[in-house]
Design a protein around this ligand. Sequence first.
Ligand code: DGY
Length: 320
Amino acid sequence: MSEVVVTRTVPEAALAALRDVADVRVCDQDRPLTPEELRAAVRGADGVVTMLHDRIDGEFVEAVGPQLKVVANVAVGYDNIDVPAVTERGVAITNTPGVLTDATADLAFGLLLSVTRRLGEGERLLRSRTPWNFHLGFMLGTGLQGKTLGIVGLGGIGQAVARRARAFGMHIAYSGRRRAAQEVEAELDARHLSQDELLRTADVLSLHCPLNEHTHHLIDGAALARMKPTAIVVNTSRGPVIDEKALAEALKDGRVAGAALDVFENEPEVEPGLLELDNVAIAPHLGSATTETRTAMAELAARNVAAVLTGQPPLTPVTA
Ligand code: DGY
C-alpha cells in the first residue's frame, strides 16, 4: 500500500477516503515541523498533505525520495511551495480552492466591521472596566454605505467579499493583472481600475491576490501615500503583500485611517507597532477557520492525494 504523511493534525473524518487506498500517518505535534523534521517525517512516502507553513522545494522532494508523487497543500495559497522545482521533479501539487471562499470573505468583512465600528476598542474598554456612559459623540465609527471597496484581485474570494459589500450599499472597484469576466463585472457593478487609480479611489482596500514576486510588498510606503487618509486596508491574503512596518507608520501618523489584518509578514509574529494601535483590528490567520471549512479543506486535500495515488488526475491541481 502507498504511504502518506499528513504534517499536522486534521479532522479525522476528512481522511476516510484516503485511508482506503493508503497507509496514512498523521504528525500530531502541536507546532509546525522544522525543515529537518519535515524531511525526516516524510522520507519514503508516496504522498504528503502539507500546511501553509511547510516549506516545500526541490531539496525537500529529493530528500523524500523518487517515489513521491503528490504534495497536497491544505490551503488555497501555495506560496510555501516552489512550484517549478517540485513540478519539474515529476511531483503533482494540489491546493484547496473554492471550499474556503465564503469563510474567508465572512472573516474579511467581520474584521472590516470590527475596525470601522471600533468593536475591538469597545471590548477592550469594557474589559478594562473603564467607566463610560452613552452620549451622542461616544466612540463614533464610520459607515460603509455609499463608500467604495477597492479589491486587489477579483478572484473567488474577492468576488465573495464584493457580494457582501454590495449588501452593505458599497460601490465596487478592482485592479488585477487580468480583467474579470463581463458577467462578474455586471453582477457586482465593478469598475476595473489601474492599481494607482484603485489606491486613490478606495475607501476600503481589500487584498485578495496570491503572494508572489509581483505582489510582495505591493502595499508599501509609496502605495500607502497614494491612499486617502480616511481609507482602511484589509488583508486576509498573505502578510508579505503589505510592508507591515510602513503600514504601522502610516496608521500611527494618520496617513491611512485603519487596518483589518488576518495575516502577518512573519507569522506567528506580529509587528509590535501594529499591536499598539487602536485603529487596527487583528486576528491570528482565522480566514478559513470554521469547523465546516477546515474539514472540507482537509477532505479535498485527501481526495487529491487518493486520486493521484490511484492513477487519476488530481481534482484541483496547481500548475507551474
Ligand atoms: C489559505 O487557504 O491559503 C488560507 O490562508 C488558509 O486558510
